[in-house]
Design a protein around this ligand. Structure first.
Ligand code: SAM
Ligand code: SF4
Ligand code: SF4
Length: 342
């Protein structure tokens, strides 16, 4: 097992397969224009799989495909099938906004995908239109329905809670998830790169989320990181509805247990969502003289030197403002949440 300077093992990998997105969620992509990663810099499926295999060799057991919107990349089931062929992976999951999910749900399951998380912040199409600039709310719901039909279990639904946007829908979202055999998870609004509209008074805190849910569903049992101590979500079991997850990255960060690496679509490795810089693995992947051991050793060396505690450091800021300004984001799109994969 490879551990970093804080004794945190490298065990999970988020792979962003594209920086493009068909939504413009206000907490993630609020601007009119973006600088995109150059096409020729994007890893091919074959390169992604070689990188993934090297991460597995370095200790990774769980993988998640993300983006941007991962289903905008053509033939994701083929990528899942290729990843599935790597020995030693316990779980392959996908995080999607659901717009393109319904038509590919069966193919994803057949390819060997284990689990899906769908982001759904509101049950009101007009709110999605205003907040995420899309009229396709019905497609998201159809995607969630299609998951069950395709045989997926343990589906999770994610909502970022933003005061004044969806904070009056928490109980409705939990009921909606229960009706669709899924577990609802609420994420505190984070001041990550790209979140240029972030303000601390827009963050509904973990305590406020739990109070609202408690009023609707009764007092929950104490939160636990179920099964996996490295999981970002705390699970709360409410007497009248069951389990709800809360990811309190802004007010109660969990950096000391963070076992997660992130690979961007252009092959840059980030060891923290808040890290200012990444590590270029594409150069190694495209160097004919470098073999899989070279790649694995590079990953291991980067992880061993890791000191990141981004969210904990942000918490210590006395006057918290958005992490980065527009100019910084335009200069290096890899600082954006939608490029790092969330
Ligand atoms: N497009 C896919 C989706 O939305 O599910 C996958 C990529 S998205 C960047 C991954 C996750 O990041 C989503 O669950 C999204 O809600 C979350 N996210 C984006 N910006 C955020 C922010 N400012 N605070 C908290 N979560 C955020
Ligand atoms: Fe929304 Fe995900 Fe797209 Fe960001 S990447 S704008 S969170 S759908
Ligand atoms: Fe991990 Fe960085 Fe997030 Fe902390 S802020 S949990 S170190 S990715």
């Amino acid at each position: 097992m490879i551990v970093d300077t804080l004794q945190r093992p490298l065990q999970s990998l988020r792979i962003s397969v594209t920086d493009r997105c068909n939504l413009r969620c206000n907490y993630c992509m609020p601007e009119e224009h973006y600088t995109w990663l150059p096409r020729e810099s994007l890893l091919t499926f074959e390169e992604i799989v070689r990188a993934a295999a090297a991460f597995v060799h370095a200790g990774v057991r769980k993988m998640r495909l993300t983006g941007g919107e991962p289903l905008l990349r053509r033939d994701i089931p083929a990528l899942v099938r290729m990843l599935r062929a790597i020995d030693g992976i316990d779980e392959i999951a996908l995080t999607t906004n659901g717009l393109l999910l319904a038509p590919v749900a069966h193919a994803l399951r057949d390819a060997g995908l284990d689990r899906v998380t769908v982001s759904i912040d509101t049950l009101r199409p007009e709110r999605m239109a205003a907040f995420a600039r899309s009229a396709r709310h019905a497609d998201v719901v159809a995607g969630i329905v299609a998951l069950r039909d395709a045989g997926f279990a343990r589906t999770k639904l994610n909502a970022v809670v933003v005061r004044g946007y969806n904070d009056d829908e928490l109980a409705d979202l939990v009921r909606f998830a229960a009706d669709h055999d899924a577990e609802m998870r609420f994420i505190e609004y984070m001041d990550v790169g790209g979140a240029t509209q972030w303000r601390d008074d827009r963050v509904l805190t973990r305590e406020e989320i739990l109070k609202t849910l408690g009023e609707a569903f009764g007092t929950p049992a104490t939160g636990r990181r179920r099964g996996d101590p490295h999981a970002p979500a705390e699970s709360f079991v409410f007497p009248r509805i069951g389990t709800v997850g809360v990811i309190a990255s802004t007010t109660t960060p969990f950096c000391r247990n963070c076992d997660r690496a992130r690979l961007t679509a252009d092959g840059t490795l980030f060891t923290c969502l808040y890290a200012t810089g990444g590590h270029d693995l594409r150069a190694i992947l495209r160097d004919a003289s470098a073999d899989q051991d070279a790649l694995r050793n590079a990953i291991a060396a980067i992880w061993r030197a890791r000191t990141d505690r981004g969210a904990e450091e942000r918490l210590a800021e006395p006057d918290r403002q958005p992490l980065l300004e527009l100019g910084d984001l335009r200069a290096d799109p890899r600082r954006e949440m939608h490029v790092r994969g969330g």
